[in-house]
Design a protein around this ligand. Sequence first.
Ligand code: PMP
Length: 390
Amino acid sequence: MDSLAHKWRAEQQQWRVQGLSRSLESLDRVGGEGLRFRDAEGRELLSFASNDYLALSGHPELRRAAVAELGHSGVGAGAAPLLGGERPVHAALAKALAAWLGEEAVLLFGSGYLANLGLVQALVGRKDRLYADRLNHASLVDAARLSGASLQRYRHGDPEDLARRLRQGGGGRAWILSDGVFSMDGDIAPLPELLDLARQYDAVLILDEAHAFGVLGEGGRGSLAHFAIEQPGPLLRMGTLGKAFGVYGAFVAGPQWLVDVLRQRARSFIYHTALPPALAAASLAALTLLRGAEAERRHLHALRRRLREALPQGPWLPSESPIQALLLRDNGRALAMSARLREAGFYCPAVRPPTVPAHSARLRITLSAGHGTAEVDALALALQSALAVS
Ligand code: PMP
């Protein structure tokens, strides 16, 4: 053990020197809702880091639904879904999610990470071919590795590179894996082109809508609605309940056969404890609010445009989502910017490798419908002065 501890202490020191060390910080929520938090030094910070895009995580309706279900079902589900952990509220949530998306069926998972692992592992065989966008979320990358299939990573958001690779062909079935909205850049996947290629090469597209559901398209129905695609063809979708829904958990949506297969084969589904029923109840309440939140979505997208217009010369990455990234490249610079923003009262963390590719450290700003225009203006001013000195 001593040599192991020595090795990892030395490694930790290296990470510190390179500006790559990660620390875990508790932020205490101020007032139980909204986006204000207090750090360990007692400083109040307005968060621009949360994926709570519609500010639902503290919403009174979600609280009421969760508390009512707590009174009825208790805290934990107590078992795996297939071994007695499934409650009526889980089934009601799955049914409501499927109806919202116009899909035949939905299967709930404990988290988005588990959903991606289970979906890919259950369907993709060792002899198949996976084509994955280079900037996909880590859970899709891990899922691809777990499947044992051959994996090619195509250039980010580049259907031509994907087409070139698909043309080369190979054995087994072809699968395309992509985020709908990329979690660290915020740009939207070229869905019409990906679906065309899937049709052309008899492939299936697995789309991770973690940052798209609730945020994009009419009714918050995500990337398909954003592009007004009505007949998507070979598409399977995954969504999370921990972002725009403001809760926790995830789901896979698609035809009935898909849910039947996942129930039978997805190991991360079969062997996990069912979602706490109170969270399923809160998610159900969130879905009702989220479907009708057109004004909030308009506000959110107006905030995005406002931020960019206030700082037109910033090193922004292209993005039409609430995820707005300032590409600083250098780890130290990203950390310094984040520290300056904290001094100005904003929580806006630096994202560094390996979460993003080497030399692409950035400030990842996420906007929420819970932010006001004056708050976004104040952030833009703080960013401007921090950029000038960092
Ligand atoms: N996919 C994407 C694109 C994500 O950003 C995340 C969360 N960061 C996940 C999947 C994992 O979801 P969860 O947090 O529910 O495990």
